[in-house]
Design a protein around this ligand. Structure first.
Ligand code: ADP
Ligand code: MG
Ligand code: ZN
Length: 631
């Protein structure tokens, strides 16, 4: 077990997770030891040779003994290398006597001779070669090593204790509440913080301390980050921000250091705003198992809690955090004195959407008669970010079309781009399939129009989208709706099944094109029973609980398997019933179904008005067309 590196590396933050400077220190220490050893043992042979002075007679004796290896004759002295007592090579010098015979004797003894003394290495050069060069070499090697380590881990490891997940500091965010459209409740709640930052004395006087932190809670793209910046902008205070997700990648201990760093900087600049985006990544509920190996996150969270408790709220450091999964936050974060104030930032309503479109519309050149209300009505459920995107897409489309101004049509088209995906250019749909799609869409529209509780049809198209949809029917409520009655829910299910019903009625065969409709119808029918208490069987009993309010709204069953079976039966019953209803509507309106489908097939896209015009028109030729679709 002990020898198995793999299993070990998973649990313990060993190996690459250990701070890089541990390796660096080890590297330099080993390098210096090696260098010293090298100098002590090896180098004396090459450079550092002390010169020993001997008499000329001694030199001659050594020459006779065959110990001399090489002789260098200078003007005043003679240097030579020879084997010394312990068998090693030593350097000697002696006076230079005019010995004419010397050259011959040396040649006879086969000793190297030169008339020039090799220049002795100066002490400075010696130091350079012996210490400085190797040291520089080791240092450069170390640098290379750091670079490779840090690019592999991702980040600049030279900043060691300093922040690595970037702390973004802005002295002026340049955003104000005017940049945030809608979200009036959130703005109202944040105005108090702005006021506090403006004149903290007012609060101190009365003895009131403002909450240290406020948590902005809401689905992605609703403007949480924007709101936090606007608070700083309104109060004219610096804005420090850091994103929770950046902590995840870091070395152990780095996250905590980072948090400390963040609060240190913030304290120096108080009053200011500290914004922690995506706080759920560090503030997740801690589970007791301890085997998750995520002690890094836990350390970071603990440090955050410590810092929040530690600093003086009256100094004017206000902490804002944002999350879209509040239910997964650690309870410790929500305790009084921490993020005890929770500010919901919801998806915009009709008025909000229109306001957001206006804010972003200011940035682009628009034609005079742009109707933002129509766009807002067609984008129920869109977030602020999506609406901003719609305006931008419209501008891009205008440029593509070679225009200098954004038109209503650009906006309408970009709604579809953002919501349904790009128009699939060049995708050729066989005529027969196109016909099926046309009948399918008209099926939806007809069922919707024939029922009293359905939203009016706004647009029908059979132009395929890159998202995979071959066509769709867009229904738009006349105003904003918050509640759905049981009748409306049932009518909606009937409308959803209308597409498939049309296929079956006209072509006597069914296709895969209805998969999304089926999914939606099933979901709605299920929710009616389990969450809205709309079935006679169960009444007002919550059979499901929503586990994630903002992301997808997944629900989990909270009932016995027996009940679950009954729910399934009930769902099937509801959808079947509505399907039959839809089929009957289509049978009753067969002439209109044919006429409208042929019209759509020809036009590919028709508006709600065109649809209603044909739908309400008295049509004398109705009966002749009844069976045409079957060909
Ligand atoms: P979040 O942080 O909630 O995910 P952001 O604040 O990052 O959302 O919003 C992304 C972008 O969407 C903003 O920069 C802004 O352009 C736009 N946006 C979102 N909500 C609004 C709003 N209420 N008013 C104006 N613009 C908005
Ligand atoms: Mg954000
Ligand atoms: Zn459909």
């Amino acid at each position: 077990m002990g020898g198995n590196d793999n299993s070990n590396g998973n649990k313990v933050p060993d190996g690459p997770k250990r701070p890089i400077f541990h390796y660096m220190i080890m590297f330099y220490v080993i390098g210096m030891i090696l260098l010293t050893l090298l100098n002590a043992i090896a180098l004396p042979f090459v450079v550092n040779r002390s010169v020993q002075e001997v008499s000329y007679n001694q030199f001659l004796t050594m020459l006779d003994e065959g110990k001399v290896k090489a002789v260098y004759r200078g003007d005043t002295e003679l240097q030579f290398t020879a084997e010394n007592e312990d068998g090693r090579e030593g350097l000697y010098k002696t006076g230079n006597f005019p010995d004419a015979d010397l050259v011959n004797r040396l040649a006879q003894a086969d000793v190297y001779f030169s008339e020039e003394i090799p220049t002795q290495v100066s002490p400075i050069a010696q130091f350079l070669v012996q210490w400085l060069l190797p040291f520089v070499f080791i240092f450069l090697l170390g640098q290379l090593f750091i670079k490779r380590m840090s690019t592999r881990i991702g980040g600049n490891a030279m900043t060691f204790g300093k922040s690595n997940a970037k702390i973004y500091a802005e002295n002026e965010t340049g955003k104000t509440f005017a940049d945030v459209a809608g979200e009036d409740e959130a703005k109202e709640a944040l105005k108090e913080i702005v006021d506090f930052l403006h004149n903290p004395e007012k609060y101190a006087e009365i003895g009131a301390t403002l909450p240290k932190g406020a948590l902005l809670v809401g689905p992605p793209g609703t403007g949480k980050t924007l709101l936090a910046k606007a608070v700083a902008g309104e109060a004219h205070v610096p804005f420090f921000s850091i994103s929770g997700s950046e902590f995840v990648e870091m070395f152990v201990g780095m996250g905590a250091a980072k948090v400390r760093d963040l609060f240190k900087q913030a304290n120096e600049k108080a009053p200011c705003i500290v914004f922690i985006d995506e706080i759920d990544t560090i503030g997740k509920k801690r589970d007791g198992s301890g085997m998750t190996g995520n002690d890094e996150r836990e350390q970071t969270l603990n440090q955050l809690l410590t810092e929040m408790d530690g600093f003086d709220g009256r100094k004017g450091v206000v902490i804002l955090a944002a999350t879209n999964r509040p239910e997964s936050l650690d309870q410790a974060l929500l305790r009084p004195g921490r993020f005890d104030r929770r500010i919901p930032v919801e998806l915009p309503d009709l008025r909000g959407r229109e306001a957001i479109l206006r804010v972003h519309g200011k940035a682009v050149k628009l034609e005079d008669k742009v109707d933002f209300n129509a766009i807002a009505r067609a984008t129920s459920g869109a977030s602020g970010a999506e609406l901003a995107n719609i305006v931008n897409e419209a501008a891009l489309r205008a440029v593509r079309m070679g225009r200098k101004i954004v038109s209503q049509q650009d906006l309408e088209e970009s709604v579809e781009v953002v919501i349904a995906g790009y128009q699939r250019k060049g995708a050729v749909i066989p005529e027969k399939e196109k016909r099926i799609v046309a009948y399918h869409e008209i099926g939806h529209a007809l069922v919707a129009a024939s029922q009293s509780h359905s939203a009016p049809v706004h647009k029908i198209t059979i132009i395929p989208r890159t998202s995979g949809a071959l066509g769709y029917t867009m229904q738009v409520e006349a105003g904003e709706k918050f509640l759905m009655s049981k009748e409306e829910a049932l009518d909606k299910i009937a409308t959803l099944t209308g597409g498939r019903a049309a296929e079956e009625f006209i072509f006597h065969s069914i296709t895969t094109g209805a998969s999304n409709d089926i999914e939606q119808a099933t979901k709605l029918a299920r929710a009616m029973i389990t969450r809205y208490g709309m079935s006679e069987q169960f009444g007002m009993v919550a059979l499901e609980t929503v586990t994630n309010q903002y992301l997808g709204g997944d629900a989990s069953l909270a009932c016995s398997p027996e009940t679950a079976r009954i729910i399934d039966e009930e769902v099937v019953r509801i959808v079947k019933e509505q399907y039959q209803k839809a089929l009957q509507i289509l049978k009753d309106n067969a002439a209109k179904l044919n006429e409208l489908s042929e019209y759509l097939l020809e036009k590919e896209t028709i508006t709600g008005e065109e649809f209603m015009e044909i739908y309400t028109r008295k049509n004398p030729t109705a009966d002749t067309k009844e069976t045409e679709g079957e060909s």
